[in-house]
Design a protein around this ligand. Sequence first.
Ligand SMILES: NC(=O)c1ccc[n+]([C@@H]2O[C@H](COP(=O)([O-])OP(=O)(O)OC[C@H]3O[C@@H](n4cnc5c(N)ncnc54)[C@H](O)[C@@H]3O)[C@@H](O)[C@H]2O)c1
Ligand SMILES: N[C@@H](CCC=O)C(=O)O
Length: 527
Amino acid sequence: MAAESSFTLTYATMFNPPEELHTRYDEALARFKRNLGKDHGMIIDGKDVFAAEKFEDRNPANTDEVLGLFQKGNAEHANAALAAARRAFPKWSHMKWQDRVALVRKAADLMNDRLFDIGVVMSSEVGKNRMEALGDAAETVALFRYACDRMEINNGFTVKLGTDPLIGFESTNESVLRPYGVWLVISPFNFPAALTGGPTASALVAGNTVVMKPATDTPWTARLIAECLRDAGVPEGVFNYVTGPGSTLGQALIENPEIDGITFTGSYDVGMKIYRDFGSSRWVRPTILELGGKNPAIVTQNANLEDAAIGITRSAFGLQGQKCSACSRVLIHESVYDQLVSRMVELTNKFTIGDPTDRSVYLGPVVNKGSYRDYQGFSEELHQDGHILTGGKILIEGEYGKGYFCAPTLAELPFTHRLWQHEMFVPITTVGKYSDLNEAMKIANEVSYGLTAGFYGSEDEREWFYDNIQAGVTYGNRPQGATTGAWPGFQPFGGWKGSGSSGKNSGGVYYLQLYMHEQIRNRVRRG
Ligand SMILES: NC(=O)c1ccc[n+]([C@@H]2O[C@H](COP(=O)([O-])OP(=O)(O)OC[C@H]3O[C@@H](n4cnc5c(N)ncnc54)[C@H](O)[C@@H]3O)[C@@H](O)[C@H]2O)c1
Ligand SMILES: N[C@@H](CCC=O)C(=O)O
């Protein structure tokens, strides 16, 4: 987002926003308060569709507050949405790609105009602080535009190939990338705009039609993204927005043979189940899985310790540790261990915790009761098996008692403990001491995940780190965030090993191609 000033909002710049951003956020917050408690439909074939059963979208910072009512979609809604997407596919896919790009760009412009309203809704249903929420909305705009740019730069992915060396014939060849058909997008709660909107925009620009299903904790943000597409004039049925539980609606979507491709972003367990279920079809369909992380930061004796402390604590506790990219493991050389740990504790204790719509707040609540309980369980385990440096308790005094607030936690733990391997997805980071850098690298890589990783050390050491770490997004000496804060076109985002299936990062130059299959066109003429 470019405001009137020269400031451009990204996850790296969000720590020093101009005053104007706060003013506009506050205006949106006032509008939002007048819109609470409404009944929001699904969007199927361009129409608002209401189900017999509803679910409440509640504010995790104040669980008494019902943000809105949403539809508990079922298998019938799944079938209707997929059928609408199937009907819309022939016309959408045969439209000139330039016309699809124009519509998706228009949706991005609308989203940019509505950025602050989207941001406030997101803060309220996810618990994201202001700048993180605005960042997620701005990232979605960037992902829409990036997909359009890539289609243009690649001229619609039509490439002239060699002419066959025939005598008496002219035989030309061309490669064309073409859409698959109906694409399913299932997204998680933590980046409800970017991870619903990003894959949707790529699928649409490529010529697929889409059914999108957000997480049950975050239906409103996704609805606002869907409204941008609808209001931009994307034809009926080309995208469809359905809401409801993953175990019923999500499962019904997965099991429907109408789907030609899927982008699932979420946990490893659900992703792997989807992969297996999806694999039982008559042929192999593209399955883009963006899964969990257990992201390490390695700090050597040559590091700038202040940059390391700032970057690590920001990445450990931004969005309450509920980022796939969160810095959840820190490996520190023994010679600088005490100094760095004490600075990290100091910075962690300075974070303001509270209502995420408040401008001074860095940590909001965790997203729901399940995460709140997870935090308590892990804290108990850390009290027993490790040493809590700070945190380790839920916050219940005063206003905190109304929501799911947890103290950001740093804990020492033997490297053999299971929590060095398990993605906790709450504000808890484990810290350990190493004496040999090769050993630290071995520990960093000995997990099922390979999403992001951070490094603080000398420039030579850093190149060694890149060559040896198993991760899709890596950062060196970055105070803006040790392991978090990727931006489309700058740090395309995706993981290795159990963190991702495609090996190509979203917001990167190889991503849009995943939504298309290749057709070779050979044309022969006598003469
Ligand atoms: N790699 C990435 O880019 C990335 C980004 C964000 C989050 N994540 C991961 O997402 C997880 C947190 O998000 P979450 O708690 O919302 O994840 P989740 O796996 O619980 O849910 C993700 C989505 O899957 C749906 N779902 C659940 N069961 C389903 C089923 N059987 N069939 C179809 N859909 C089903 C849910 O309703 C939701 O929409 C973490 O593991 C995090 O690391 C990964
Ligand atoms: N793109 C985000 C992470 C998304 C996953 O949760 C980042 O780079 O921090």
